[in-house]
Ligand binder design. Structure first.
Ligand code: ADP
Length: 532
């Protein structure tokens, strides 16, 4: 048995050993934990390194691509002039080359005029879409072999090859084309709002015989336009300068357009019908361009020996007195443009300008000076005799009439008389409006004061329609008195020529009475409620 002291010592030693093991264990655990933490840290670092490496690799790739791009020789653009077997004739950089075509290029895309890409070996490697820009030329003639004779900006003539995509058959002489001058290729039409849109009539089919009344005005305009045109030598001999233009003015629907068309018909001339408000474009300079284009067009046609009438309808919309501020300041440039065009018509006896307006008071006086639109012709509303003449143009003995025992000619005359009587009667029934002038004087205006050719045509059309409806409904055939009378009533009630505006100035214009200002209006007819 060991000594107790020995025992105690051994126990102490054992305890110490145990404690030492515990400490060693603790240490080992701590080390393990540290090692784990370290391992996690390392893993993170590793990830970071990987990511950095990845980014570095990407930038390297991008750099290489950039370097490659920098090192790639440029491709040239070229235009196809002709296509052969595996080759194409290409215009590029002012030269013409016969180039091989890469098999990757589809044959159907290789059209004359197509834009292609050429590599450094001048191999056609791709097509490159339309040619977006170029010079414009004007088509003068399509040659029998399909090539185009065109004129450049300074009038020089060029013979151009037409691109396959250019529909030559649809081209109008004088059309604007996009061209590559160096390749001598016409590539396509330049879409512009052309004068063509402003309606060119070959020779209008209205004749003087279609116009009712207005005999004096017809004579005036014939003297002004036809006489000098048909007797040019005499005019030169007598030292008389033919007028360049005529201004027709008067209320709407009273035959201004008809007369202008009849002049054109009688002279066998082209008729360019320009509607003033349509020409007024919101883009700066566009109206001026159109005016230039109109006269270029007129001159082109005139050079063929046929006269051309340039008809400006509603001229007041375009050529208002400068500085009137009515249509902002467009007048400031449009009026001079027209003046210079009219002045330029000098050498072209074949171009005649006819303007029409119902506001001649608004038109810039410079346009009406001698040497310009110096012949002014007034077209009034038809009087009773004039109205009868107009009606007789539309209601003839050939019109199906329900004339009973009466001879057709007599019946037709009766109908005309009935319409005139109904519209022109100064009866209370026909009172239309009461105007009060600045002086305080009052005047009652009747339907008669507003009759226009257009209104008369409206009456006849209504009567005819009523007769047709009656016939379809199983009734008798032909126009009767009741038809024309109810047509008159309907036309008076609904006629759009009758102003339904409250602006006294408009009334002064429509009624054709000038001088005194109207300050107040009172309708006497129907349900129109007008007041100022
Ligand atoms: P505007 O004076 O406004 O130019 P238009 O000449 O266009 O008038 O006339 C409008 C329509 O009215 C014509 O198409 C025609 O049917 C008819 N008209 C007007 N005046 C006459 C007339 N004197 N003779 C025959 N028809 C006329």
């Amino acid at each position: 048995m060991p000594e107790p002291a020995e025992l105690a010592r051994q126990l102490a030693a054992a305890n110490e050993l145990l404690a030492a093991r515990g400490r060693a264990l603790d240490l080992a655990e701590r080390r393990l934990a540290d090692a784990r933490t370290d391992a996690r840290g390392l893993a993170r670092t590793n990830e970071k390194l990987n990511a950095t490496l990845g980014t570095a690799r990407d930038s390297l790739v991008a750099l290489r691509a950039e370097l490659d791009a920098l090192a790639t020789p440029p491709s040239s653009f070229g235009l196809v002039l002709a296509v052969g077997e595996g080759t194409a004739d290409i215009a590029t950089g002012g030269r013409q080359l016969r180039c091989a075509v890469s098999p990757e290029v589809a044959a159907e895309e290789l059209l004359i005029g197509a834009r292609v890409l050429l590599n450094e070996a001048m191999l056609v490697v791709a097509t490159a879409g339309d040619t977006p820009s170029g010079e414009t030329v004007r088509l003068v003639e399509v040659l029998p072999d399909g090539r185009l004779l065109a004129s450049g900006a300074s009038g020089e003539e060029l013979v151009l090859l037409a691109a396959d995509t250019l529909d030559v058959a649809s081209l109008r002489l004088g059309a604007t084309l996009l061209a590559d001058r160096r390749a001598l290729l016409a590539l396509g039409p330049v879409p512009r709002s052309e004068v063509a849109d402003l309606t060119l009539e070959e020779v209008p089919d209205v004749t003087y015989a279609d116009i009712g009344g207005l005999g004096a005005q017809i004579e005036q305009i014939r003297d002004a336009v036809e006489l000098p045109f048909l007797n040019r030598e005499l005019f030169t001999e007598f030292g008389l300068r033919p007028p360049k233009g005529v201004l027709l003015y008067g209320p709407p629907g009273c035959g201004k357009t008809m007369i202008a068309k009849a002049v054109a018909n009688s002279a066998g001339s082209h008729f360019l019908n320009i509607k003033g408000p349509e020409l007024l474009d919101k883009y700066v300079g566009e109206t001026e361009r159109q005016i230039r284009a109109i006269f270029t067009r007129a001159k082109e046609h005139a050079s063929s020996g046929r006269p051309v009438i340039v008809f400006f309808d509603e001229m007041d919309a375009l050529f208002r007195t400068r500085g009137s501020g009515v249509s902002s300041d467009v007048e400031a440039t449009i009026v001079p443009q027209l003046l210079s065009e009219i002045d330029g018509v000098e050498g072209l006896a074949n171009v005649i300008v006819i303007g029409a307006t119902n506001r001649e008071d608004l038109i810039d006086p410079a346009i009406l000076r001698p040497g310009r639109l110096d012949v002014k012709i007034k077209l009034d509303r038809p009087d009773q005799a004039g109205a009868a003449e107009i009606l007789a143009r539309y209601l003839t003995t050939r019109t199906p009439l329900n004339n009973g025992d009466v001879a057709p000619a007599d019946f037709q005359a009766q109908l005309v008389e009935a319409i005139v009587g109904r519209l022109y009667a100064r009866t209370p029934e026909n009172e239309f409006i009461e105007v009060t002038y600045a002086s305080g004087a009052k005047e009652v205006l009747h339907v008669a004061d507003f009759v226009s050719g257009a209104m008369l045509v409206g009456v006849v059309d209504r009567a005819k329609k009523a007769a047709i409806k009656e016939l379809i409904g199983g009734g008798p055939r032909g126009v009767r008195l009741e038809h024309v009378l109810s047509a008159c009533a309907a036309e008076i009630g609904e006629n759009e020529e009758l102003p339904n505006t409250t602006n006294p100035d408009d009334w002064a214009r429509v009624s054709g009475r000038k001088g005194e200002r109207i300050v107040f209006l009172r309708t006497l007819f129907g349900s129109r409620a007008l007041a100022t």
